[in-house]
Design a binder for this molecule. Structure first.
Ligand code: CP
Length: 313
């Protein structure tokens, strides 16, 4: 595998999950694979889990991670072609990506969407510019439209936690005060479409995700109905896709409670706003998988780095 930019880069999710489980059981087995190799992590946006788990994954493979908060600490990067750079940007992506490629064997990038310019966001101009102008492999640490490290993690977590051959998995929208991206929900949908699961999405009308991503996946606007017989309830807020980036609804009745959840396992990528998205009792209860999900971020990232390292060795 050259780059990992989307869930579509997973050729066989079942074998990937088995490989990730093997890495989790023996994290240092491939400690020599990344010896004298450097992973550069470039953050245009905040992170706790991705920043730490991806570094941990690199260390488990013997790599040396180096991290930069691009937005705060680097020169402002210009992505436009042919731009007269007499504004706030001081360095073009053509030079920036080429220069970072001299220092790193793999570059991982986090760059969120604007949520105001749908065309620009859907073009994935930041991620794709790194793919275009870097001379080393690129890993997506959450881009405008996808978070494939999270999607792989979530598939791994469900596989570990189920005893059923085809569990019922529900992706539920929940309220939030801010306009949030679609990336986590998109990658979760794409990963579930590759799994043997009975998968349903529930959200208020107006919160439909990109239909090119949801495809034939069932959508139920009634959360209570959607939750019936659920084994896993994956919760995430996202802003409107059609009325791009708008918060149309903050109805607290969509918040997740223990009563709604029943016996289902609760999943969320974190960070999560307590008592807005989900009540305390769920997060503090025994059906919450959020800490184990965060743990699995390391092994999903480690698997991705391992596959890329095996390709460049
Ligand atoms: N889930 C996730 O990507 O967490 P961070 O934003 O903290 O990296």
């Amino acid at each position: 595998m050259k780059n990992y930019t989307s869930i579509h880069d997973i050729d066989n999710i079942h074998s990937w999950i088995e490989e990730a489980k093997a890495l989790k059981a023996n994290p240092l087995k491939h400690i020599d694979l990344g010896k004298h190799k450097t992973l550069g992590l470039l953050f245009f946006n905040s992170s706790l889990r991705t920043r730490l788990s991806t570094q941990k994954a690199a260390l488990n493979l013997g790599m040396d991670p180096i991290v930069m908060n691009v937005s705060g600490d680097a020169w402002g990067i210009e992505f436009g072609d042919g731009t007269v750079m007499n504004g706030n940007t001081a360095e073009h992506i053509k030079e920036a990506a080429a220069v970072v490629s001299q220092y790193c064997d793999i570059i991982a990038v986090r760059a969120f969407p604007t949520l105001t310019d749908k065309v620009k966001d859907e073009s994935e101009h930041v991620l794709k510019s790194f793919v275009k102008y870097a001379s080393v492999p690129i890993v997506n640490m959450e881009s405008a439209t996808g978070h494939p490290l999270q999607g792989l993690t979530d598939a791994l977590t469900i596989s570990e936690q189920t005893k059923k051959s085809k569990p019922k998995v529900v992706l539920s929208w929940a309220p939030h005060i801010k306009s949030l991206p679609h990336a986590v929900a998109n990658s979760f949908v794409q990963s579930m479409q590759k799994m043997d699961v009975d998968f349903v999405i529930t959200h208020p009308e107006g919160y439909e995700l990109n239909p090119e991503i949801t495809g034939n996946t069932a959508i139920n606007y009634n959360q209570e109905e959607a939750f019936k017989n659920a084994d896993f309830v994956y919760v995430k807020n996202w802003s409107s896709y059609n009325d791009y980036g708008k918060v149309l609804n903050t109805d607290p009745n969509w918040m997740i409670t223990n009563k709604k959840l029943g016996d289902a396992k609760f999943m969320h990528c974190l960070p999560v706003r307590r008592n807005v998205i989900v009540e305390d009792a769920v997060l503090d209860g025994e059906n919450s998988l959020v800490i184990e999900q965060a743990n699995n971020r390391t092994y999903a990232a480690q698997l991705v780095l391992k596959k890329i390292l095996e390709n460049i060795k």
